[in-house]
Design a protein around this ligand. Structure first.
Ligand SMILES: *Cc1c(COP(=O)(O)O)cnc(C)c1O
Length: 380
């Protein structure tokens, strides 16, 4: 029997410990495992870079939540991305990335991956024709975020999967913003799902981690080989924190969405706000598509402040319930200025973001406190 999402989030990969009955998987803080005679492994464990029971529990849970056959947990989202690209690309290959990609993804591609002899093109992923135009015979990966960071554009995963597959490329979806609770890209035809589990999956701003989930067994095997060969694995304590976070993902996401919707309504009516970007707004260009491929619209909201860069920076500086900081997806509300913070590395590139943009990760505090804080931060 296939259980519902909330049930799988709490139980997948996590049978009570057969020896003690412990309901929660222990933190297996061990590097190595005793063998029963040379090569006699108990349950397949030999060394914790290759496999660790706490990490395996997390990997099975993530695979179940995304509807994949294999999950792999890494030390960070970037370690997951690096391992993926090294597995599926080589010199002479080409990839397409979003023209408003996560800053770290842009930096990895433009400053690290390019040096292996891989070429890349950025394209607006909300425009399928533009992505198609960027494809080449040697394209191996089409990389998509949806909603994108920080502009919250929506990409059509089904159409982009078809486009990528026509040239023999993989469609990779960074599902960090939506989480498997709101969107399951593998069911829409994507080949690989990437997560920074640092964000909503962990959900409490207390761990850095990453993950890959795939549907195809053979690709899963190749990724597992590279995960071990490269070694950017999640440690057992970090894996345990993410596993704990996942148990409440569904209820947290519902509350993040509730609060974000209230914030959007308040911002839309505010005279100092020039524009609000949220896929849940009927006027958002990706709204219809978001309705089809997402369960709700998420906790991330961006807006442009009338008065330009200085005004936007001031709003960030004045906020109090919203903590000024990078990252996102935790229970606490965060505010940031992408142009000077998360996306500073894209300055002067085609991926530069508007200078009057403010990004919110709307937390799950009392909505009244959130709204009052935004109101005071926006005061002239
Ligand atoms: C944070 C983030 C990453 C990178 O993950 P780390 O855990 O910081 O290495 C990748 N993609 C998106 C969308 C992110 O927000």
């Amino acid at each position: 029997m296939v259980h519902g999402f909330e049930t799988r989030a709490i139980h997948a990969g996590q049978e009570p410990d057969p020896r003690t009955g412990a309901v929660i998987p222990p933190i297996y803080a061990t590097s190595t495992y005793a063998q029963d005679g040379v090569g006699g492994l108990r349950e397949g464990y030999e060394y914790s870079r290759s496999a660790n029971p706490t990490r395996v529990a997390l990997e099975e849970c993530l695979a179940s939540l995304e509807g994949g056959s294999r999950g792999l947990a890494f030390a960070s989202g970037m370690a997951a991305e690096d391992t993926l690209l090294r597995t599926v690309m080589g010199p002479g290959d080409h990839l397409v990335i979003p023209d408003d990609a996560y800053g770290g993804t842009y930096r990895l591609v433009s400053r690290v991956v390019e040096r292996w002899g891989v070429s890349w093109t950025s394209a607006p992923v909300s425009d399928v024709d533009a992505v198609r135009a960027a494809l080449r015979p040697e394209t191996k990966v089409v990389w998509v975020e949806t909603p994108t960071n920080p502009l919250l554009n929506i990409a059509d995963v089904e159409m982009l999967a078809d486009a990528a597959h026509e040239v023999g490329a993989l469609l990779v979806v960074d599902n960090t913003f939506a989480t498997p609770y709101l969107q399951q890209p593998l069911f829409l035809g994507a080949d690989v799902v990437v997560h920074s589990t640092t964000k909503y999956c962990g959900g409490h701003s207390d761990v850095v981690g990453g993950a890959l989930v795939v549907a195809d067994d053979e690709l899963g095997e190749r990724l597992a080989f590279h995960q071990n060969a490269i070694g950017g694995v999640a440690g057992p304590f970090d894996a345990w924190l993410v596993l704990r976070g996942l148990k409440t993902l569904a209820v947290r996401m519902e509350k993040h969405c509730d609060n974000a919707e209230r914030v959007v309504t308040a911002l839309m009516e505010h005279p100092r706000v020039a524009d609000v970007l949220y896929p849940g707004m009927r006027t958002h260009p990706g709204h219809h598509l978001a309705r089809q491929q997402m369960h709700r619209f998420g906790g991330m909201v961006a807006f442009r402040v009338a008065g330009g860069e200085e005004a936007a920076v001031q709003v960030c500086d004045r906020a109090q319930v919203f903590t000024l900081g990078e990252s996102l997806g935790g229970v606490e509300s965060l505010i940031e200025h992408p142009g000077r913070m998360t996306h500073a590395s894209a300055a002067g590139s085609p991926l530069e973001v508007p200078e009057d943009l403010v990004r919110l990760s709307v937390g799950i505090e009392s909505i009244d406190d959130i709204l009052i804080d935004l109101e005071q931060a926006l005061q002239l």
